[in-house]
Design a protein around this ligand. Structure first.
Ligand SMILES: [Fe+2]
Ligand SMILES: [Fe+2]
Length: 284
């Protein structure tokens, strides 16, 4: 049995490339995921109109969804809104629950809010969240894939500073040792990349696959093409992560690379050599 997760991030309504939302909806229709995950930064400046646009977009995706906020979803310039209302606009228009959970017989997906009023760009996971998630991870049935969704990342792509990691990342992974997670989904850096926790957190004795999504729809790509991920989880044994990138010439999103991770006795191991190579050419 398998499940397909459509992993979107950093939509940034307010800084949208006009053609992309519709192309993304078209691709989603083809993918027909079991769940849509959005790992934060739905807006550019946390304006009401931006949240309304993000809400209207999400409503066009007829699939279960799990959304967490990002740092851009906290008002920046209006200090009263920033510190008093914080994520109230996100809660009004996107998701009242800041730590949503999705569970079915194949997978359990846990959202964690890492956006903070006290810091503009950075984010952190606090001890209450770490302990709460530990309880939930430990209570999950052995055959069910465990997926944690944050905005800020547990690993950074090459060239990024470790200061970009979610605060208390190491403490979280240490506390989750007994119960683990299979996948850590994130966004924030606007770079789509898959890896494992093995290198940075080799001391914790367990490992997860870390999947970062690029910006799906915004003009804030930092040189990278707009992208999103399609993640297929099979029996908690195999995880395929395919990155779909925007092709201006074709006028659609195309699958541009795929990474396969296989569970072994030593943990999750990447078993592919196709990273970066186009595997499908038909535009969507
Ligand atoms: Fe972002
Ligand atoms: Fe962000």
């Amino acid at each position: 049995m398998s499940r397909v997760v459509l992993h979107l991030s950093d939509l940034h309504f307010g800084r949208i490339a006009p053609a992309l939302p519709e192309a993304l909806l078209k691709a989603a229709q083809q993918i027909a995921p079991d769940l849509v995950v959005v790992s934060g930064d739905l807006t550019q400046r946390a304006k009401i109109v931006e949240f309304q646009q993000a809400h209207a977009f999400l409503e066009q995706l007829p699939y279960p969804r799990l959304v967490v906020p990002g740092n851009h979803d906290v008002p920046l310039h209006n200090l009263y809104a920033r510190f008093v209302h914080r994520l109230s606009r996100f809660q009004t228009y996107i998701s009242a629950d800041l730590e949503p959970v999705y569970e079915d017989p194949e997978m359990a997906v846990f959202g964690v809010n890492t956006a903070r009023s006290s810091t503009w760009k950075g984010g952190r996971i606090n001890s209450r969240q770490i302990e709460g998630l530990r309880t939930r991870l430990c209570a999950t049935s052995p055959g069910v894939a465990r997926i944690v969704v944050t905005h800020h990342p547990f690993e950074v792509p090459p060239g990024f500073h470790h200061r970009e990691l979610v605060g208390s990342a190491r403490a979280a992974l240490e506390r989750w040792t007994d119960c683990g997670a299979d996948l850590l989904l994130c966004g924030h850096l606007h770079v789509g990349e898959s890896t494992t926790t093995l290198q940075r957190y080799s001391h914790v004795g367990w490992q997860a696959i870390v999947v970062a999504a690029g910006t799906a729809t915004s003009t804030r790509g930092r040189g990278a093409a707009n992208s999103f991920n399609v993640i297929r989880v099979e029996d908690r044994q195999i995880v395929d992560v395919s990155k779909w990138t925007w092709d201006e010439t074709a006028g659609g999103f195309q699958e541009s690379s795929e990474a396969r991770f296989v569970r072994t006795e030593a943990g999750w191991v990447r078993r592919d050599d196709s990273s970066g190579e186009p595997v499908r050419t038909a535009p969507v």
